[in-house]
Design a protein around this ligand. Structure first.
Ligand code: KG4
Ligand code: ZN
Length: 344
C-alpha cells in the first residue's frame, strides 16, 4: 500500500509518501514564513497562491526521491480541514483531481487527527489508549484516544489556543514572525520568575484559557516599555521566559489532572507547540514523577507536515470510494465528529 499525503491547511506545503512496513519513504516541506513575515501573520490569499505554485513540483520531487511513479499509488490523502478555506481547497482540488485521474481513492484527512497520530511514525509508537495533548496555532485540547477515530475531548481552550497566545505575545515583544519559535528562543536566556504571570484555570477542571495571561503579558510589556523608553534585550528575555513558563505550567498541570482523572498511562504530545523544548522538559519531568510514559514526536513531526497526513490517510484508506465524489474542505471541523475507519 502506498499513500501520498498532501498538507496545505495553513502556511506550510507538505508532501510525503507513506508505505506501511517502510514508514515515510520520502517527504518535502516548504515553509511560507518569508512570504508572510512582512505582514506579521498569515495572509490567506498569499498562502493559497503559494500552495498552487509549490504542490506539483513537490509531488514530483517526492516521488522521484522515493523512486516511485504516480501509477503505483494506492491513495491520495489530503488535509480537508480545519484550516484556511482557500488553502484547503488547493490541496483538496489537487489531491482529488490526481486521484480521479489515477482511479484511486482520495482520502480527506482531519488535520488534528494527523497531528494526533504523528507519533505513530516514531520508532517507539505509543499504544492505545492514551491521553493526547493537542497544542497548535488553532487548537488546545486534551483528548482521550481509544484508537484511530475514537476520540473524546476532555478539555479545550475557552479562548485563544496556546500557539496563538505564543504568536500574539511574540508580536507584542516585537519578535520576528513566526512568533512561537522566536519567543521560545528569546526565553532561553531569560528568568522565568522575573514576572509573576497568572496560570489561568490551573487549579480547576480540564479547560484552558489564555486570554487573561495574554492581557497580563501585554500590560507588563507596555509598563516596561513606558518605564525604560524601549525594551532592553534582557527584559524582553525575562518577559518571554515568564510567559512561556506560565503556559508550560498550565499545560503540564492540566495533563497531570487529566491523567489522574482517566487513569490513562500514556501521554502523547502533538501539534506545533509540542516542538517547544520547555514544554517537552516539563512533560518528561511529569512522566518521571508519575510513572506515565510520555511520547512526543521529533519537532519536525510536531509542526505541520505531509507525513502525518499520509499516515492518517493510510489508516483510513480501506473503505474509501475509488473516485472522489467531491472535494472536502471544512474550515471548521470538530475532532470528535470523526468515527473509526470503516471496517475497523
Ligand atoms: O501545528 P502547527 O504547525 O500549525 C497549526 O496546526 O496551527 O502549530 C503552529 C503553532 C504556531 O502558533 C507556532 O508559533 C507554534 O505552533 N510553535 C511554537 C514552537 N514551534 C511552533 N510555539 C512555542 N515554541 C515553539 N518552539
Ligand atoms: Zn497543525
Amino acid at each position: 500500500m502506498r499513500v501520498l499525503g498532501i498538507e496545505t491547511s495553513c502556511d506550510e506545503t507538505g508532501v510525503a509518501l507513506y508505505e506501511p512496513g517502510r514508514g515515510i519513504v520520502a517527504q518535502a516541506l516548504a515553509s511560507q514564513a518569508d512570504i508572510h513575515a512582512p505582514f506579521g501573520g498569515v495572509v490567506p490569499e498569499l498562502a493559497s497562491r503559494d500552495h498552487v505554485a509549490k504542490l506539483a513540483p513537490m509531488v514530483e520531487s517526492v516521488l522521484a526521491a522515493a523512486g516511485r511513479d504516480l501509477a503505483r499509488l494506492d491513495g491520495i490523502a489530503y488535509t480537508a480541514g480545519p484550516g484556511l478555506v482557500g488553502a484547503l481547497m488547493v490541496g483538496g482540488a489537487f489531491g482529488g483531481a490526481l486521484a480521479l485521474g489515477l482511479g484511486i481513492p482520495a482520502i480527506p484527512v482531519h488535520h488534528m487527527e494527523g497531528h494526533l497520530l504523528a507519533s505513530m511514525l516514531e520508532a517507539q509508537p505509543p499504544r492505545f489508549p492514551f491521553l493526547a495533548l493537542l497544542v497548535s496555532g488553532g487548537h488546545t485540547q486534551l483528548v482521550s484516544v481509544a484508537g484511530v477515530g475514537r476520540y473524546r475531548i476532555l478539555g479545550q481552550t475557552l479562548d485563544d489556543a496556546a500557539g496563538e497566545a505564543f504568536d500574539k505575545v511574540a508580536r507584542l515583544l516585537e519578535l520576528p514572525y513566526p512568533g512561537g519559535p522566536a519567543l521560545a528562543a528569546a526565553a532561553a536566556s531569560g528568568n522565568a520568575r522575573a514576572f509573576p504571570f497568572p496560570r489561568p484555570l490551573i487549579g480547576r477542571g480540564l479547560d484552558f484559557s489564555f486570554s487573561g495571561l495574554k492581557t497580563a503579558a501585554r500590560l507588563a510589556i507596555e509598563a516596561e516599555g513606558a518605564r525604560a523608553g524601549e525594551l532592553a534585550e534582557a527584559t524582553r528575555a525575562d518577559l518571554a521566559a515568564s510567559f512561556e513558563a506560565a503556559i508550560v505550567d498550565t499545560l503540564a498541570a492540566k495533563c497531570e489532572r487529566a491523567l489522574a482523572a482517566t487513569g490513562l498511562e500514556r501521554l502523547v504530545v502533538a501539534g506545533g507547540v509540542g516542538a517547544n523544548s520547555a514544554l517537552r522538559a516539563a512533560l518528561v519531568a511529569l512522566g518521571e514523577r508519575t510513572g506515565v510514559r510520555v511520547h512526543y514526536p521529533r519537532p519536525a513531526l510536531c509542526t505541520d507536515n505531509g507525513a502525518m497526513i499520509a499516515y492518517a490517510g493510510a489508516c483510513r484508506l480501506l473503505g474509501q470510494p475509488a473516485s472522489p465524489a467531491a472535494i472536502v474542505a471544512r474550515p471548521r471541523w470538530p475532532l470528535d465528529e470523526l468515527e473509526p475507519p470503516r471496517g475497523s
